[in-house]
Design a protein around this ligand. Structure first.
Ligand code: ARG
Ligand code: ZN
Length: 236
């Protein structure tokens, strides 16, 4: 079976970096005007140079996700892991103060919490960007019939949008169901074996990722249980 349980779970932080309880688990609300930040449109440059360095929490203990009003039509973006030993990745992809994922607020969560219209309202932007943060490349390898260093994701000409199934490019049917394509949220439902293995390698070897395994900021209780949504009934 190609569709994998990746066996990676996250938990909501219960305490802030100095050990105080969070009033909302996992959430730190920041009003940029209260912090004295400049207030231009939310370009990637501004997010990288102003917002992240002034708001990040120690990424050896926290996985930072910035939920903002990104400008320029992006749904989200991520920082790749460093020194993963994996192919298709550089060793240095950025420092601690910018590590994590950025998401457009309209694409976070799913109804009823997410009140925004389809097709990016089912939480798959976070799934996709966390894939990058754990070392996955796009399934088209970011070039025409390119390489994503996963032999079990068929080669694809370029990104797919909507849900074009079946779509044959580069002599194989594109895996439009893969979270690392650009298809609609309700079209995506899988990471493959090779993708799972890359992500699990990153969790075991990459700086900051591996440190999260021993973070105590979620408290001492049992680990979180993911509320996995069953997409198996879905037609493509
Ligand atoms: N970085 C990609 C973008 O901004 C994310 C695509 C996520 N796709 C999705 N169906 N949510 O377009
Ligand atoms: Zn991407």
């Amino acid at each position: 079976v190609l569709q994998q349980n990746c066996e990676i779970q996250f938990c909501l932080a219960l305490e802030d970096p100095i050990g105080n309880p969070l009033s909302e688990p996992g959430i730190d609300r920041v009003r940029r005007q209260d912090k004295g930040f400049s207030s231009p449109a939310w370009s990637i440059n501004y997010i990288e140079n102003v917002i992240k360095p002034n708001t990040f929490w120690d990424p050896n203990r926290y996985f930072n996700i910035w939920v903002v009003d990104i400008s320029g039509g992006y749904l989200g973006y991520a920082q790749f892991p460093n020194n993963s030993t994996l192919g298709c990745l550089n060793n240095n992809n950025g420092g601690a103060s910018t590590d994590g994922v950025v998401l457009l607020y309209q694409s976070v969560g799913r109804p009823p919490a997410n009140p925004y219209p389809p097709p990016y309202n089912l939480g798959r932007t976070a799934t996709h960007e966390v894939g990058h943060w754990l070392g996955l490349r796009h399934i088209w390898g970011d070039s025409n019939c390119g390489n994503d260093c996963c032999g079990d994701t068929p080669t694809a000409l370029t990104a797919n949008f909507g849900c074009p199934y079946p779509q044959t490019t580069c002599s194989s049917v594109d895996m439009v169901q893969n979270y690392m394509d650009y298809t609609d949220d309700n079209c995506m439902n899988l990471f493959t074996v090779n993708q799972k293995n890359r992500m699990r390698t990153v969790m075991q070897v990459s700086p900051r990722r591996v440190d999260l395994l021993s973070s105590t900021v979620c408290g001492s209780g049992p680990p979180p249980t993911s509320d996995f949504y069953d997409w198996s009934h879905k037609h493509l």
